[in-house]
Design a protein around this ligand. Structure first.
Ligand code: PHE
Length: 358
């Protein structure tokens, strides 16, 4: 038997008796590696005369291909055997209880905003947003609060130091400035809700310096006060899940709406417990009105052509009512026990406000 045949026999035995992948790899390196036995024989070819080199070269190439094929076959069968062994050993006990996984939950504010947005969304409202840091024009002047108007004082505004451009920026005291921004940037008809943070310098059981509102704005050529009533009635009935919930409008005053109203819903306070429903008592829940012609003018809209309504809803207040949360301040204390109690399990779907509040 010549040298190549001997080598073939040796190597094939080693390959086929390798008991694991590491042994197989060692054999491969020993034969085909840089200093391997076949590689060595190939290096010798250079010193042969052409005829002998041709014959030996072909034989070596064939040998190399054969060995590679044998290694591959062996590797596959070792892999399969390893997998089989693993499958046989690692049995899964499907009766074991799952490990508890720490999952976040939705803050009641986010949950409430999502619910509100879903209801108005179904009525065809789009969502608009604006900045928390506002200027006087958008927060007050364009909303028909003339300079020095007493209604400005009622807003307990946080002012920022006068900016280099001479403006005295402020933290918006309501979401109404986004009405202005929307009317100035969009074409009528407009139908938007505006969820967001608002700020007033106030702190007690029913006031926090930061709170949330959802503003509503509808502008077109036809919309009138009965649409406002119908829209808000539908909203509170859906939100509180009381099909025949009665509503009541009381005249009120906002500089940016005329007429203005405060809307109440039916409730009961019997036994010191607040219940939503038609029990004869009333609870104020939002402010609203028809957009003032001066506001339309400030946004470049002709009040002879355009009209519409606006409303502003306090999100915390609605969350407190719906979910029985007694103290407003607890919303912002970041107490995990509170959140575990009042928070909402997520369905792992992206939430509107989850995005907005980040
Ligand atoms: N912006 C008012 C507030 O914060 C609420 C409101 C909005 C009233 C829209 C009427 C219309 O008190």
């Amino acid at each position: 038997m010549n040298e190549i045949d001997q080598l073939r026999t040796d190597v094939l035995v080693a390959v086929n008796t390798a008991t694991d992948v590491a042994a197989l790899e060692a054999t491969r390196v020993d034969v085909l590696g840089k200093k391997g036995r076949v590689t060595g024989l190939m290096k010798n070819l250079g010193g042969m005369d052409p005829e002998a080199r041709k014959i030996a070269g072909q034989a070596l190439n064939t040998l190399k291909t054969e060995i590679e094929a044998a290694i591959n076959v062996r590797r596959m069968s070792l892999d399969t055997a390893a997998l089989d062994a693993k499958l046989a050993n690692e049995k899964m006990d499907v009766t074991l209880p799952i490990r508890p996984e720490a999952k976040g939950s939705l803050h009641p504010i986010s949950q409430t905003m999502d619910e509100m947005a879903a209801i108005f969304g179904a009525m065809g409202f789009m969502v608009a947003e604006g900045p928390d840091v506002e200027d006087d024009f958008h927060n007050f002047t364009a909303l028909n609060f003339p300079p020095g108007h007493p209604a400005r004082e009622m807003h307990d505004t946080f002012f920022l130091p006068t900016a280099p451009d001479g403006n005295r920026y402020l933290l918006r005291t309501h979401t109404s400035p986004v009405q202005i921004r929307t009317m100035m940037s969009e074409k009528a008809p407009i139908r938007v809700i505006i969820p967001g943070r608002t700020y007033r310098c106030d702190y007690d059981i029913t006031h926090t310096p930061m709170f949330h509102q959802i503003e509503g704005l509808v502008i077109d050529t036809e919309t009138n006060m009965s649409h406002l009533k119908g829209c808000l009635q539908e909203f509170v009935r859906t939100f509180f899940g009381v099909d025949d919930l009665t509503i009541r409008f009381r005249p009120s005053y906002f500089p940016f709406t005329e007429p203005s109203a405060e809307m109440d819903i039916g409730c009961s306070r019997a036994g010191g417990e607040l219940k939503i429903g038609n029990f004869g008592d009333w609870l104020e829940i939002l402010g609203c009105g028809m957009v003032h012609p001066n506001v339309l003018r400030a946004c470049g809209l002709d009040p002879e052509i355009y009209q519409g309504f606006a409303f502003g809803i306090g999100v915390e207040r609605l969350a407190m009512l719906k979910y029985g949360i007694p103290d407003l301040r607890t919303f912002f204390e970041s107490d995990l026990r509170w959140l575990r109690h009042y928070g909402f399990a997520t369905l792992d779907v992206p939430s509107l406000t989850g995005g907005l509040n980040r």
